[in-house]
Design a protein around this ligand. Structure first.
Ligand code: AGP
Length: 601
């Protein structure tokens, strides 16, 4: 979840580093820093808190010509968020920024002698180890190779040194790193695409095990000491695409974009009477009798929705695992399982490690992801891109929606493949799929109503979101959105379970949001809600049918398909959480303690 940028430029190093760090803010961070080498002078600045604090430290320093620079936003994993622990970390003549975790840093630190260390970080061991190796090998590349070989864990590293002051050494294993090329021969690094938009025309996505160096007009890449070349791909050129477009927050923009991007997700895939996935080679499905889904957070909730659809529509057994649990439970796996990972970023450490376990057990794998060339995509046998576009709000919205749409399409694709669905039923689903973008369009009247009623829900001792069937994972997602954005405690719960304990909490300070589908078990959810109301709970009912007993009521359309109800309610719970967060004055795009991409466990 740290962010990295670096560059070699004729005159714009400082500008790229600062702008690049600002583009990475959405990943969540607690401190930042940069260092620039100009001739043999080094200029290093570090600050805790926001990037503006770093800019204040830089003051009116300017580069006066050719220079190399590296910079970093830190989300603390080893050592408190302090200036000393902020990157870059310094040796005598070298500087480093790093994303990931060095698992054997304590042993290295002991071998090198702890007296030379000033920080509590694992990262600082790398720069001291490099300089130790420099004294042995005399050649920087050999010293760098020996350093990388000694490291265990995950890393994306940029290192500069006065012993070669026009060069940036880099290494990538387990954390993302992209190399960008401009028309004027400037060279750039970044841990995600957005800092490169508008700077680099083409990019190369580094692979695990890649390392090497760049200097003016030279790019040398190695993997296991073998020289290699990287393919180049185009970057989106328009930075506006990743900007807010007039909305208050990236999250609000992305919430409103759900209608548009959901159409993109379906392009080329939803046909008149079947679903097409060009990405799926039918051999992938040979012998598959069960699907095991593995993910984290919101992506896990998408997986839970899929488990209902895959079993009901495709008649295929499906289980869903939380990646951080799956990794350590010694799971029973069989080769007739298709291992499906779901991830917005494709860089979630727990999900990556879970996939490695499945691959070791010989399972075939499919990744549903929003970021092309991400680690999960590159590790999977095949992948389906959700096409949600850059999602910068830490609280996921359009990524979740497009994940659910892909999974809905996948259940139809597999149902057809296994002859478990009639043409009429398939056409009903396709009709609903094609109607989904309209349902996802935010109604201004709904947004205004939620803005008003949010004022009543700013206190209380907690929230329940309750639902049945696919509305249970939606209840989990609604609760997570509220927790993430408002910092108020909320739980998603299967409504049938309330009487098995949670109803003891019912009183006027317990807020319950009920997701009442007319297509699935309406009478059951209605009576569950009435039990809570009878005990004076404060309730918000979201339902196609008028419901006068609740304190607040949001009416949705009377859709003839449960998935359309699902998506209309999703927009409501997303807006509800966002407006409560706004009233509380929280940082909607970068909630406290959270990161957009959890690249460490
Ligand atoms: C969602 O709002 C959260 N930011 C978080 O739960 C997220 O879904 C989770 O960390 C998984 O991330 P991924 O989809 O990138 O793997």
């Amino acid at each position: 979840m740290c962010g990295i940028v670096g560059c070699i430029t004729k005159e714009s190093t400082l500008e790229f580093l600062i702008d690049g760090l600002k583009e990475l803010e959405y990943r969540g961070y607690d401190s930042a820093g940069l260092v620039i080498l100009e001739a043999n002078n080094s200029h290093i600045y570090k600050a805790i808190g926001k990037i503006v604090n770093l800019e204040n430290k830089v003051g009116d320093f300017k580069t006066s010509g050719f220079s190399v620079g590296i910079a970093h936003t830190r989300w603390a994993t080893h050592g408190k968020p302090t200036e000393i622990n902020a990157h870059p970390h310094s040796g005598e003549i070298s500087y480093i920024v790093h994303n990931g975790i060095i698992e054997n840093y304590a042993d290295i630190k002991k071998e090198l002698g702890e007296e030379k260390f000033v920080s509590q970080t694992d990262t600082e061991t790398i720069v001291h180890l490099f300089e130790h190796n420099l004294s042995i090998y005399e050649n920087s590349l050999k010293a760098f190779e020996a350093t990388i070989e000694a490291l265990e864990g995950a890393y994306a590293i940029l290192l500069i040194t006065k012993s070669q002051n026009d060069t940036i050494y880099f290494a990538k294993k387990g954390s993302p790193l992209i190399l960008g090329y401009s028309d004027n021969k400037d060279l750039f690094f970044a841990s995600s695409e957005s800092p490169l938009i508008g700077k680099a025309k083409e990019v190369s996505y580094l692979e695990d095990g890649d390392y090497g160096y760049i200097s003016p007009k030279t790019v040398k890449i190695y993997n296991q000491k073998e020289s290699k070349t990287l393919s180049k791909t185009k970057l989106p050129s328009n930075k506006q695409f990743a900007q807010k477009d007039g909305f208050r927050f990236f999250m609000e923009k992305e919430l409103y974009e759900q209608s548009l991007v959901s159409s993109d997700t379906m392009i080329g895939r939803v046909k008149d009477d079947y679903i097409a996935f060009d990405e799926i080679d039918i051999a992938l499905l040979e012998g598959i009798k069960e699907i095991k889904i593995c993910a984290c957070g919101t992506s896990y909730h998408a997986g839970l929705v899929a488990s209902y659809l895959l079993q009901r529509v495709a008649k295929i057994r499906c289980s869903v695992e939380i990646a951080s649990e799956f990794r350590y439970k010694e799971p029973l796996l069989s080769k007739d399982m298709l291992f499906v990972t779901i991830s917005q970023s494709g860089e979630t450490a727990d999900t990556i490690e879970a996939l490695k376990i499945a691959k070791l057990a010989g399972l075939k794998s499919l990744c549903i992801c929003n970021v092309d060339n991400s680690t999960l995509i590159r590790l999977s046998d095949t992948s389906i891109l959700t096409r949600a576009g850059i999602e910068k709000g830490v609280a996921s919205t359009k990524a979740f929606t497009t994940q659910v749409i892909v999974l809905w399409m996948l259940s139809l694709y597999l149902a057809k493949h296994k002859n478990n669905i009639s043409t009429d039923e398939l056409k009903k689903h396709i009709k609903a799929l094609l109607h989904t973008p309209r349902v996802l369009k935010v109604k201004s009247t709904t947004h205004e109503k939620l803005t008003r009623l949010s004022k009543r829900y700013l206190h209380g001792h907690g929230f329940f979101f309750i639902g049945r069937d696919i509305f249970y994972p939606l209840a989990l997602e609604g609760a997570l959105k509220l927790k993430e954005l408002s910092y108020i405690h909320a739980e998603g719960y299967p409504s049938g379970e309330m009487k098995h304990g949670p109803i003891a909490l019912a009183d006027s300070e317990l807020f319950t949001v009920a997701l009442m589908s007319k297509n699935i078990l309406y009478d059951k959810i209605k009576s569950n809600l009435e039990e809570l109301i009878a005990r004076d709970a404060t309730t918000l009912a979201i339902s196609p049918y008028k419901f006068d007993l609740s304190d607040d009521f949001i009416q949705i359309e009377e859709h003839d398909h449960e998935m359309l109800e699902f998506f209309e309610m999703l927009v409501i719970v997303q807006l509800f959480s966002m407006e409560i967060a706004v009233r509380l004055g929280n940082d909607v795009d970068m909630p406290r303690n959270l990161a957009k991409s959890v690249t460490v466990e």
